[in-house]
Design a protein around this ligand. Structure first.
Ligand code: FAD
Length: 390
């Protein structure tokens, strides 16, 4: 048994876990990460991060290094299967390899004195003793358990919502990276499908996510290897030039996109859920990792303010983050419906709104303008402002 009774034990060293580790250590709060994988491995091709997450990475002193290895966007374009619909300016969006973000978070965490215990797959937690056990039989006494173990979180299953396994959302996504001279974020929308492409650096590497609505049920691995031929077949209504150069031998994966119902609360006893463990979402607003970063940063702020009473920290976190993440979960699902419209009249109306109004850009701006630091600071200073009569 190892005594970490002054540490916050973080289960899962993904985006939420590493961001939480950095945020806590930066504030002088002891923390340690337990990760089931034997070494730092990052699945998934690329990600986009919007300014709501970037301003937090700035505060964690990670942004500048990330920016140097990524692509910064201020413009996007949208087309139908064949014809352009509109081009518009976007608030700052950074696109990068997932591995780049993970490596920078990991290095920052280690620089701050952090440690990752690999080969530690969560097994059980005795909340009364605050004792965590791993499948390798190792046990640790903790101050608190932060569950950052992703969409298939067994901590969520055991302590928050039993018998509520992730459900296939009805969407599947092909992801890949190839060469192209694309210099902006590009959306192609068709009935029942869409393709998003963006450069992820200044060396011509372009990532694409091609999403299709289909009844197909994915099995255990949630992803399947596919060929260029299968991909082009699935998206035959589009001009194949939309994709970056696709080499026959390149590995391409098709992922099932899974969701779970919203939880009433992201906290219980001495356990706090963060990131996909708390609120997985369909990726149509590019906000899953951004929410994981916002959660982690906010929980660390709440802990710093309430280190002697983490229950208060949990309640502040739950109040501020539940509202935000439920809204983004809902909007992400709605975005899928807007992208995949089939009715020609609705498609024409959608395209006119995209072409002649600023509504889509303004909606995005509202999501991106959110500052998790300010929101938590206001809550910690004044509590729930709805109870104050001005
Ligand atoms: C197709 C697609 C495209 C996406 N694009 C974007 C995008 O552009 N922008 C964006 O913001 N988001 C995007 N997302 C969402 C984003 O990838 C996730 O929301 C994000 O990775 C969640 O981070 P996390 O740390 O909560 O979970 P994860 O990244 O899944 O990390 C969980 C960690 O916990 C570990 N773990 C799991 N179980 C255990 C256990 N029992 N014991 C110990 N460790 C454990 C895992 O090994 C892993 O390291 C996309 C998702 C998909 C499917």
């Amino acid at each position: 048994m190892t005594d970490y009774s002054d540490h916050i034990g973080i289960i899962g060293g993904g985006i939420a876990g590493l961001t939480l580790g950095c945020s806590l250590l930066k504030d002088g709060i002891p923390a340690t990460i337990f990760e089931k994988m034997p070494e730092e491995i990052s699945h998934g091709a690329a990600l986009s991060l919007s300014s709501n997450a970037l301003r937090l990475l700035h505060r964690l002193d990670i942004y500048n290094d990330l920016k140097n290895q990524s692509f910064i966007h201020s413009a996007a374009s949208i087309q139908g299967p064949q014809k352009e619909i509109s081009s518009f300016q976007t608030p700052e969006v950074l696109t990068t390899r997932r591995q780049t973000l993970m490596t920078l978070l990991y290095s920052k965490y280690i620089d701050l004195g952090g440690e990752v215990h690999h080969d530690h797959a969560f097994d059980d937690f005795d909340a009364a003793k605050c004792e965590v056990t791993f499948t390798n039989k190792k046990k640790y006494i903790l101050k608190h358990l932060a569950a950052c173990d992703g969409i298939r979180s067994s901590i969520r299953d055991n302590f928050f919502a039993a018998n509520q396994t992730p459900k296939y959302s009805g969407y599947s996504a092909w992801r890949g990276i190839g060469k192209s001279n694309l210099q902006r974020i590009h959306f192609a929308l068709g009935p029942g499908s869409h393709i998003v492409s963006y450069p992820i650096n200044n060396r011509g590497d372009v990532s694409f996510v091609a999403v299709k609505k289909e009844d197909y049920q994915f099995k255990e691995s949630w992803k399947e290897e596919g060929s260029v031929k299968d991909l082009l077949n699935d998206f035959s209504i589009y001009d194949s030039k939309i994709f970056p150069a696709l080499e026959k031998s390149m590995p391409l994966y098709k992922w099932g996109i899974y969701i779970r119902p919203s939880l009433k609360s992201m906290i219980t006893k001495n356990i706090t859920l963060l990131g996909d463990a708390a609120h997985p979402m369909v990726p149509f607003l590019g906000q899953g990792a951004c929410m994981a970063i916002e959660d982690a940063y906010s929980f660390a702020m709440a802990c710093k303010d309430n280190i002697a009473n983490l229950l208060d920290a949990q309640q502040a976190y739950d109040f501020v983050r539940s509202k935000r993440t439920k809204k983004i979960q809902r909007l992400s699902m709605m975005q899928g419906k807007i992208y995949h419209m089939k009715n020609p009249l609705l498609v024409a109306a959608r395209n006119a709104v995209m072409k002649y109004t600023n509504i889509p850009g303004n909606d995005l701006k509202r999501i991106h303008d959110y500052d998790a630091h300010d929101e938590m600071q206001i809550y910690l200073a004044f509590g729930d402002l709805r109870h104050i009569n001005f």
